[in-house]
Design a protein around this ligand. Structure first.
Ligand SMILES: [Zn+2]
Length: 328
């Protein structure tokens, strides 16, 4: 195992060195691959204090410039229809969650390079103006409180600004509970939230408005897909609750976009056969994952796994991992 790791590290170093020497193109020549990229948020400076899901506007611009110059960047539609080119990476771009920062920063850059993308939107607006993981990230980082009680358990803040009970973070626990329970977390931190510099932190929590979603939906480069209603983990709630999440997100997006929504990206990439079956029954033809649950799923034409962009590495490293098709 150690040798494999060393060998791999050497390989990666070799790729990065070539890239830095301007020989990146040589590397990419003849390298065939199919990748669907998964982005979340874009911000001005690539802040990683609040979450591990955002890249900077500068990185995004350089990255999209690079992949549209050197690879075959195609729409998800073409990806599903296998309109691939030989001897190159075939890439589709996706965004999860529906952040306002996608509209502000990503959309103009994608237009500049004529790069198609699909945006998977969480339709939480009627319940809250933010997604619960962002709420927890921001209040946990900024609050001066050192402990809170949730579901009778005492959580203490650690030096990474996480609230921990029994070795588990509040955010991890929140992935296992219903939205009602998550609303009680909002209640616990309601004063802390109000005291945040919310406008200055807007890139880290604001979501696209229905009007902005509509603008994207009618743009020829872009498509809209569903991503659940409240971003709960669908596999950790009763099936009827999961079904309601999926149905509500579809209905709300269809009423905003005035078109059929036929793509669904599972929140946290979490799915099971019952949930996937319900999605198909509702008319979702394309189901976007992070990792396949089983080998059979990887052979199912509806399912596609995605390559998650890593905000902690350089563009050279990101390209090298992208070529490899995995971080391991
Ligand atoms: Zn998500």
């Amino acid at each position: 195992m150690l040798w494999i790791r060393i060998k791999y590290r050497l390989g990666l170093l070799y790729n990065i060195t070539l890239f830095k020497l301007g020989l990146g193109k040589l590397l990419l020549k003849n390298r065939y691959g199919e990748r669907i990229l998964l982005f979340h948020g874009i911000d001005r400076n690539g802040e990683t204090r609040y979450n591990s899901r955002f890249v900077s506007e500068t990185f995004f611009d350089a990255f999209i410039n690079y992949i549209t110059t050197h690879y075959n960047v195609i729409s998800l539609d073409d990806f599903y229809n296998k309109k691939f080119k030989k001897n190159t990476l075939n890439i589709a771009i996706t965004f999860d969650d529906g952040y306002l920062n996608n509209y502000k920063y990503a959309v103009p850059i994608l237009q500049k390079y004529n790069a198609p993308a699909c945006f998977y939107i969480t339709t939480v607006h009627k319940k809250a103006p933010y997604l619960w993981p962002d709420f927890i990230d921001l209040v946990s980082y900024h609050t001066t409180r050192t402990e809170i009680t949730f579901q009778q358990n005492l959580y203490k803040k650690n030096n990474k600004n996480e609230f921990i009970w029994n070795g588990i973070s509040l955010k991890t626990i929140a992935k296992t509970v219903s939205y009602d329970a998550i609303e009680s977390i909002y209640h616990i931190f309601s004063e802390d939230w109000k005291n945040l510099p919310l406008e200055a932190l807007g890139d880290y929590w604001k979501l696209m408005s229905p009007e902005q979603i509509k603008v994207i939906a009618i743009h020829p480069l872009f498509t809209i897909g569903a991503h659940g209603n409240t971003h709960i983990n669908l596999t950790n709630v009763p099936l009827e609750v999961a079904q309601n999440e999926i149905l509500t997100s579809k209905q709300q997006l269809e009423s905003i976009c005035k078109r059929h929504i036929t793509e669904f990206a599972f929140p946290f990439g979490a799915y099971n056969p019952d949930i996937a079956k319900y999605c198909s029954e509702l008319g979702f033809k394309r189901l976007l994952l992070i990792d396949y649950n089983t080998k059979e799923d990887s052979q199912n034409e509806n399912y596609k796994n995605r390559f998650v962009i890593n905000p902690y590495i350089s563009m050279e490293q990101q390209i090298s991992y992208l070529l490899k098709g995995s971080y391991f």
